[in-house]
Design a protein around this ligand. Structure first.
Ligand SMILES: CC(C)(COP(=O)(O)OP(=O)(O)OC[C@H]1O[C@@H](n2cnc3c(N)ncnc32)[C@H](O)[C@@H]1O)[C@@H](O)C(=O)NCCC(=O)NCCS
Ligand SMILES: Nc1ncnc2c1ncn2[C@@H]1O[C@H](COP(=O)(O)OP(=O)(O)OP(=O)(O)O)[C@@H](O)[C@H]1O
Length: 198
């Protein structure tokens, strides 16, 4: 079984590509969803976060206060390191479990949506990377439109991640999502065809 990582940067179109792959019948594992499941109420993950970052990161209903945690970890390198130490093994374990299940079901090609593939060092074994690219101008425009943000706030979110231009330089396979979705789907069809002929 071959596993391909789908990555990009904020609002470049990873979900758009993933949805199309699912429509075409391919399994797509979403690590962003998994990163939320491993800290749901009652999990070991949430308990470990509480032990390390205090009761203030838990809301009255017992769920994680993401804003409170993000204020701690994105303002202090050691705290961010601690967060990664706690969550990454849990995200890795669940991702590998799902990959194994798809393999056992007989799938020969699966995808793993890993938004921070280039930013974080997490153990999720993939065989190739498809980068979902748009130009920085289009990224800014789509992010402002989707999240109803002003330019400054949108630029701030984009600057938290490695630039899409750098990621494109590092990736062998780049899907250009700057044009219509149909143009993007055509590129994916070609890539799938190439994979299935290997
Ligand atoms: C700290 C958390 C709870 C804050 O949640 P919140 O909903 O406020 O923000 P969100 O998840 O959308 O992240 C905001 C931005 O922060 C950056 N970011 C998030 N996690 C990380 C990280 N571990 N390292 C570096 N940057 C990160 C990204 O640029 C992201 O777009 C959340 O980011 C989290 O659980 N992070 C750790 C999980 C993780 O490492 N995921 C990535 C690997 S699969
Ligand atoms: N080819 C396209 N043409 C026009 N709009 C698009 C196209 N692809 C995506 N969009 C829009 O751009 C926005 C970002 O796309 P999408 O949500 O797929 O990105 P993402 O990389 O998954 O984002 P995030 O990292 O924030 O989850 C969405 O509002 C989406 O509808």
């Amino acid at each position: 079984m071959k596993a391909i990582a789908i990555t990009g940067s904020i609002a470049t179109g990873k979900s758009t590509v993933s949805k199309y792959l699912i429509q075409q019948g391919y399994p797509v594992i979403d690590t962003d969803i998994i990163s939320r499941i491993v800290v749901e109420k009652g999990t070991v993950g949430l308990e470990r976060l509480k032990e390390n970052f205090g009761e203030d990161i838990i809301q009255a209903d017992g769920t994680l206060n993401r804003k409170a945690l993000s204020n701690i970890v994105f303002n202090d390198a050691a705290s961010k390191e601690k967060l990664n130490q706690i969550l990454h093994p849990l995200i890795s374990k669940e991702s590998k479990k799902r990959m194994k299940a798809y393999k056992e079901e007989g799938h020969s090609l699966i995808f793993v949506d890993i938004p921070l593939y280039y930013e974080v060092d997490i153990d999720i074994p993939t065989d190739a990377v498809w980068l979902v690219y748009v130009s920085p101008d289009i990224q800014l425009e789509r992010l402002m439109k989707r999240n109803l943000l002003g330019e400054e706030d949108a630029r701030q979110l984009i600057s938290n991640q490695i630039s899409i231009e750098d990621k494109a330089k590092w990736s062998e396979i780049v899907i250009d999502n700057s044009n219509t979705p149909e143009e993007t789907y055509k590129q994916i069809d070609q890539l799938l065809k190439a994979e299935n002929n290997k």
